[in-house]
Design a protein. Structure first.
Lengths: 313, 326
């Protein structure tokens, strides 16, 4: 198989969308938080918490959709903690976020270990299965690429549309965007800056947790320590790539997924010529290059990283 | 009952003797395990099981710390050594030099560590999963089973312990199938099943029909696509019925038991314990699913296995990073 053949094969694009799915959730989550003016570096830990909580709920018998709900609620809870620290208390968003990552990661491991102290191999659940839609799943190319993904990939697509619609077509979305650009104006309108920011962080964190849940409930069927493996951090970079736009967030995530899927295939093809680490590095290098090209024109939410206190100018 | 002074003294003395004698009996060897990953991880689980078995027999008192990061590992080593543990078992692939320094600071403590390098006098011994022999045998099974003559291999990191098993596996496959080609990938993680699965899918897209499942996730990909897989270190055939043809198993019990006996009788010294993972020492074995493998291959594998056991056939050790055939 040569390189061009890889790029036009349906299994390659199917892999790209599979790899992209957790990132789509993560980027959307981070995007909502940042649109409201708060950076959420808790994402890596919230991924782990979502992966653990969702999987554990299913393992205890909650069912797959119940598991997703538990994951989202867990993510929301960590989001609430981050929100309290950074919004009314106005603490450093970087420090609080990194703290949330450490707390959420360790707490998930702790919960996993205390619940399952003596297992010899990670217990398994029955994860989301690839969809089998009559006619659509059998179509050439798009059948495999889009219609044989799991329900979670479609949930991710739906979330892109939903987040876009809420942010750009509803009064709530306008208020969230405004609170990230000019909180004083929002306050002058009589809206609650704190309420909007806290709500956005909780919602964003719930989405991040769904990204983690994808890893244990769709991509694989068990939870284990360290399996998030940096996927959360990728999302933070992808938000900038996306210039805080949901549509471009989808594009960025799929592009990264494609880089990674390409890397794997290239490693198999020409691994004899170049050390494997070069390929493993490739998606990140390509992301940085893409970032450099795109981010120069990026429009940051103007109040990003700036705490706001009532009655203080 | 009325207590006389004499009676109290006699009783107290008797109790004292009783307490000190049980203390003497409780002088069992304390062993500490320090692992950089949780004890469910394949490689670590083999050590953990062997230590638990020794503890169950009453030979040792076993405590362990799991998921210790490489940067924190030295501190944990020191803490166990300070607390009077007699034998420390663990893995120092990420801190070879630092770990040897710690061992030198505590000459009274015995260290038995998974390592890519040499033992260090007087108390730092090394071991590793030298199961290249069963890996070779599992390769024979894989080579015979491949119809497309393409075998996919997904590894964690390209380090000696992984490379060596892959090479032995490839040698074995070439013995039964001279046309076989290999696709090799590393994911640079010990546990990232989604990534391992993607690597496996990519290889199946490129024609692989038998997968060498060095990592979790590869067998899952084989099940999803109806392909076959070869296991490594642990036997997962029950989890993937009809998929795992054979597995090269590692048994840590001989290594652990010999080390415990040596510490207990004071003869422990810096040694390379690798040989106790060899098949002849009971440290490695092959699990084969006879219902999935043809009878003549089972016979050929058993014959080769006997030759390895009696020393007439030696599996070559090659620590170089394997690469895909093109």
């Amino acid at each position: 198989m040569d390189i061009l053949q890889i790029l036009i094969s349906d299994s390659f694009w199917a892999a790209a969308f599979r790899i992209a799915t957790p990132l789509i959730f993560g980027v959307l989550g981070a995007l909502i938080c940042e649109k409201a003016g708060v950076l959420n570096l808790g994402i890596e830990g919230i991924f782990a918490a979502g992966a653990m909580a969702g999987w554990m709920a299913v393992w205890l018998g909650a069912g797959l959709w119940g598991g997703l709900l538990v994951a989202a609620l867990t993510g929301g809870a960590f989001g609430l903690l981050h929100a309290i620290l950074t919004v009314p208390l106005g603490l450093s968003q970087h420090v609080s976020g990194l703290g949330i990552t450490m707390l959420a990661t360790s707490l998930s491991y702790f919960t996993y270990r205390t619940t399952l102290p003596n297992v010899s191999s990670p217990p398994r659940i029955v994860p989301f299965q690839p969809l089998d839609i009559p006619v659509l799943s059998d179509l050439p190319f798009v059948g495999l690429v889009l219609f044989q993904q799991t329900a979670m990939t479609w949930l991710a697509f739906f979330m892109v549309a939903l987040v876009w619609w809420v942010l750009n077509r509803t009064p709530l979305g306008m208020a969230i965007r405004a609170v990230g650009d000019n909180p004083d104006a929002v306050d002058a309108q009589g809206l609650s800056v704190y309420g909007l920011r806290i709500g956005a962080i909780v919602a964003g964190s719930a989405l991040m947790a769904l990204g983690g849940a994808f890893l244990t409930m769709s991509a694989f069927d068990a939870f284990f320590f360290g399996m998030v493996n940096g996927r959360g951090w990728i999302c933070i970079a992808l938000v900038i790539f996306a210039s805080w736009r949901p549509g471009k967030a989808l594009l960025g995530a799929v592009l990264f997924g494609a880089f990674d899927a390409f890397q794997v295939r290239l490693q198999t093809e020409v691994g004899a010529l170049v050390p494997s680490q070069v390929f493993l590095m490739a998606p990140y290098v390509m992301s940085i290059i893409a970032l450099v090209i795109v981010a120069r024109r990026a429009e940051y939410p103007r109040a990003l990283l700036t705490p706001w206190f009532k009655g203080q100018r | 009952m009325k207590l006389s002074r004499r009676g109290v003294i006699a009783g107290a003395t008797a109790l004292g003797i009783l307490v000190s004698s049980t203390a003497a009996m409780a002088e069992t060897l304390k062993v500490a395990g320090i692992f950089t990953l949780p004890v469910e991880q394949q490689w670590i689980s083999r050590i953990h099981i062997a230590l638990n078995a020794a503890a169950k027999r009453g030979d040792i008192e076993y405590v362990y710390s799991e998921n210790v990061s490489n940067t924190d590992y030295e501190r944990v080593m020191r803490e166990y050594a300070e607390s009077g543990v007699g034998l420390v078992v663990g893995e120092v692939f990420g801190l070879e030099r630092a770990a040897r320094k710690v061992a030198a600071d505590y000459p009274e403590t015995a260290f038995l560590m998974g390592s890519s390098f040499k033992p260090q006098e007087p108390n730092f011994s090394t071991f590793d999963n030298f199961i290249h022999e069963p890996a070779y045998l599992s390769g024979m099974v894989a080579g015979a089973a491949s119809k497309s003559n393409v075998i996919g291999m997904v590894g964690g990191y390209a380090i000696p312990e992984v490379n060596r098993l892959m090479h032995a596996f490839m040698e074995g496959a070439r013995e039964t199938n001279s046309d076989v080609k290999f696709l090799v990938n590393f994911i640079d993680s010990w546990y990232d099943p989604p990534k391992a699965k993607e690597s496996a899918f990519a290889m199946m897209d490129a024609g692989a029909d038998v997968m060498y499942a060095e990592r979790f996730g590869v067998s899952d990909a084989s099940v999803e696509r109806g392909k076959l897989a070869i296991g490594n270190v642990i036997d997962t055939s029950a989890d993937y019925p009809g998929t795992i043809l054979a597995s090269a198993l590692w048994h840590m019990e001989p290594t652990i038991d010999i080390a415990i006996a040596a510490v207990a009788d004071g003869s422990y010294k810096a040694e390379d314990y690798s040989q106790y993972s060899f098949m002849a020492k009971g440290g490695g074995s092959l699990a084969m699913d006879a219902s999935l493998v043809s009878a003549d291959i089972v016979a050929a594998v058993n014959a080769r296995s006997a030759e390895i056991m009696d020393g007439s056939f030696t599996v070559k050790i090659n620590d170089e990073a394997p690469v895909s055939d093109n």
